[in-house]
Design a protein around this ligand. Structure first.
Ligand SMILES: [Zn+2]
Ligand SMILES: [Zn+2]
Length: 103
């Protein structure tokens, strides 16, 4: 567990994550899960749709960790919901993204 946590920190403190996260939140100011449910709520957190921890440490993991196409902007509540194991919402997410630019 501790090692897992350290590996996550490695990504989040890499210097690449922060600007990517900030840019993503700038481009997606609203929680995407709330939007999908017809609610309007500010996004405050960025979540990896596919956890980069599924990849072995190395270039494959970095690719997933810093791929903007693997990110989703969420409010705190939806972020926690996803981490509680709401895998159902995860698989739907990318398909619905096609209509995202209709704002
Ligand atoms: Zn939300
Ligand atoms: Zn997350």
């Amino acid at each position: 567990m501790t090692d897992d946590r350290r590996q996550r920190q490695h990504v989040y403190q890499s210097g690449l994550w922060r600007p990517l996260r900030d840019a993503y939140l700038m481009a997606h100011p609203l929680c995407e899960d709330c939007q999908a449910a017809g609610r309007v709520r500010a996004a405050t957190e960025v979540h990896h749709v596919v956890s980069f921890m599924l990849m072995p440490e190395g270039p494959l993991r970095d690719e997933l960790a810093y791929d903007a196409g693997n990110l989703v902007a969420l409010c705190g509540e939806c972020h926690r919901a996803r981490h509680r194991g709401a895998h159902n919402a995860v698989s739907q997410k990318k398909c619905q993204n096609n209509g995202k630019n209709q704002l």
